[in-house]
Design a protein around this ligand. Structure first.
Ligand code: PEP
Ligand code: MG
Length: 579
């Protein structure tokens, strides 16, 4: 039994069997074989080693020919490992004792072998760990070959253990069978984490090297609430976590009746709780959880879910679908926010050195006007089907906002010329997620109908903390007084300029900040559907006056620790079971 601590990104507890994806998404299945098949498996192993040796020898000779013998000699180390008789004997022993497939034997023994190198004090020997992983992968590719177990065709409940998952991979996970996941890297507001939360799948990220410590078929516990993963749990722990899982579900059940009640404070102040979605089908569940509309539709997932850029018609179909599910409730369609972690740099023609500071979001759209127009046309055509609002992401300068609005105007003229119907007074809003806007919000407020504060990016850019990097996750903190000051100023600017302000970053769904945001004057919270009941409970248990007092106290603090401690205490007084 071993307990690993990571970053909790999606609450809940699951106990299940692991499926491990390696860096190339190869699934290493654990398959026991019948006693009479062990010999055939050992033969498969020997054949695979022979193929790998031939491949590597060819590679070594090619590299030596092009770059010289010294460079080619790097592969001699790999060849020596593959020919190491004692290593082969260990794998064979494992296969015989456990009666497993060749791939499983390779995966388990090579990992143990790599760990030995890692623990050595000599730096050179430590670095050999990577070589061993490399060799293991080569062998596994030969062994698994075309027999890749596709995550889309699972037949039993599993937890996925991966180095990283792309947001699009997470969104495509088979929800019926994937009951949790854990990754080596990632942060709380990485889009992978956000998608997991929206899907209600318990998940832990930033675990360091969990992929090297778990084998496919192992039993693991994912405690998404506390950010723990328990490997090889004993019977007591399984019983304890089963009870915790049941309690979590029971708590969710208890909150269910709140869905149909208004988000009204005790002194009669009405707040609107809306949901963030990635796909139109997320809407049904969000409404069941009590959302009153969609405050953020991340339309870039249309791109991420396919290999090609969606056509105008595909955009239109998605928006029409969303609106029909909403039955007249508002839908804030955010224009494409591609780039950064919502794009595979690995596949990019020219990978960016700093994608979060690069060609992302509105910048990308303004660099590709035909693509931008296709989306805007679809949004405008759908605008007659329900309560649609348009929102531009990542605005940094007034010029960008004006350019985006000019492109929209061009689209409106084109639609007019074509005789197509659209809503002429469609509300136009923008995300406030870059400090340059939050520092001078009045100028922007005069040119839009609404603001939505994207705290995920606002925190990242204000505190210079990559939201997806587990190494600095401890520094990513909504409670930093500088962040709070920006949020307060933006809400105030909205009031002065008579435009509505919402918060749609993860902070809006975190019960720790509900009282504070309410007290700062926030009236629209947009969050992942599963977060709605808890936030609503807090709102219904307090008064605006009390929340304002709390906000005043918080704004007098100069450290995030003080802020968090105070908010935790105050929230506990209202809902003792909140944390
Ligand atoms: C944000 O930045 O807070 C936000 C809501 O947008 P995204 O998470 O999609 O970047
Ligand atoms: Mg953002």
């Amino acid at each position: 039994m071993e307990i690993k601590k990571g970053i909790s990104v999606s609450p809940g507890v699951v106990i299940s069997t692991a499926v491990v994806l390696d860096a190339e998404d190869l699934v290493i299945p654990k398959r026991l074989v019948e006693p009479d098949q062990v010999a055939a498996e050992i033969q498969r192993l020997q054949d695979a080693i022979a193929v790998a040796v031939v491949d590597l020898t060819r590679l070594r000779d090619d590299v030596a020919g092009q770059h010289g013998k010294e460079i080619g000699a790097i592969f001699d180390v790999h060849l020596a490992v593959l020919r190491d008789k004692s290593l082969l004997a260990q794998i064979v022993r494992e296969m015989k004792n456990q009666r497993t497939t060749a791939e499983y034997g390779v995966s388990v023994v090579m990992r143990r072998y790599a760990d030995k190198f890692k623990q050595m004090s000599d730096r050179y020997m430590q670095d050999r760990e990577k070589d061993v992983h490399d060799i293991a992968k080569r062998l596994l590719r030969v062994l698994i070959g075309q027999k890749r177990e596709d995550l889309a065709h699972l037949t039993r409940p599993v937890v996925v253990i991966a180095h990283d998952l792309l947001p699009s991979q997470t969104a495509a996970l088979d929800r019926e069978h994937v009951v949790g996941f854990a990754t080596d890297v990632g942060g709380r507001t990485s889009h992978t984490a956000i998608v997991a939360r929206a899907m209600g799948i318990p998940a832990v990220v930033g675990l360091g090297n969990i992929t090297a410590e778990v084998s496919g078929g192992d039993t693991v516990i994912i405690d998404g609430t506390r950010g723990l993963v328990i490997l090889d749990p004993d019977a007591d722990q399984i019983a304890e976590y089963r009870a915790a899982g049941e309690k979590f579900i029971q708590n969710e059940e208890e909150l269910k009746p709140l869905a149909q009640l208004p988000a009204l404070t005790k002194d009669g102040h009405q707040v609107s709780l809306q949901a963030n979605i990635e796909f139109p089908y997320n809407i049904d569940e969000a409404l069941l959880q009590g959302a009153e509309g969609i405050g953020l539709y991340r339309t870039e997932f249309l791109f991420l879910a396919t290999e090609h850029e969606p056509s105008e018609e595909e955009h239109y179909q998605a928006y029409a679908d969303a609106l029909s599910r909403l039955g007249g409730r508002p839908l804030v369609i955010r224009t494409l926010d591609l780039g950064a972690d919502k794009y595979t740099q690995a596949k990019a023609l020219n990978p960016e050195r700093n994608p979060f500071l690069g060609d992302r979001s509105i910048r990308m759209c303004l660099h590709d006007i035909p693509m931008f127009k296709r989306q805007l046309r679809a949004i405008m055509r759908a605008s007659v089907l329900g309560d649609v609002r348009i929102m531009f992401p990542m605005i940094c300068t007034l010029m960008e906002l004006r350019q985006a609005k000019m492109v929209l105007n061009d689209v409106l003229e084109e639609l007019e010329d074509e005789g197509l119907a659209f809503r002429k007074d469609i509300p136009i809003g923008m995300m406030v997620e870059v400090p340059s806007v939050a520092i001078m919000p009045d100028q922007f407020a005069k040119e839009v109908n609404f603001f939505s504060i994207g705290t995920n990016d606002l925190i990242q850019y204000t505190l210079a903390v990559d939201r997806t990097n587990e190494k600095v996750a401890g520094l990513f903190c909504p409670a930093h007084p500088a962040v709070l000051k920006l949020i307060r100023d933006v809400i105030r600017a909205g009031g002065r300029n008579n435009i509505s302000v919402s918060v749609c970053g993860e902070m809006a769904g975190d019960p720790l900040y509900t009282l504070l945001l309410l007290g700062l004057g926030l009236n629209i919270f947009s969050m992942n559907g599963p977060d709605v009941p808890e936030v609503k409970k807090i709102i219904r248990s307090t008064t605006v006056e009390h929340a304002r007092q709390i906000a005043r106290r918080v704004m007098s603090f100069d450290s995030e620790r003080q802020v968090m401690h105070f908010l935790r205490e105050e929230t506990r007084k209202i809902t003792p079971e909140a944390f």
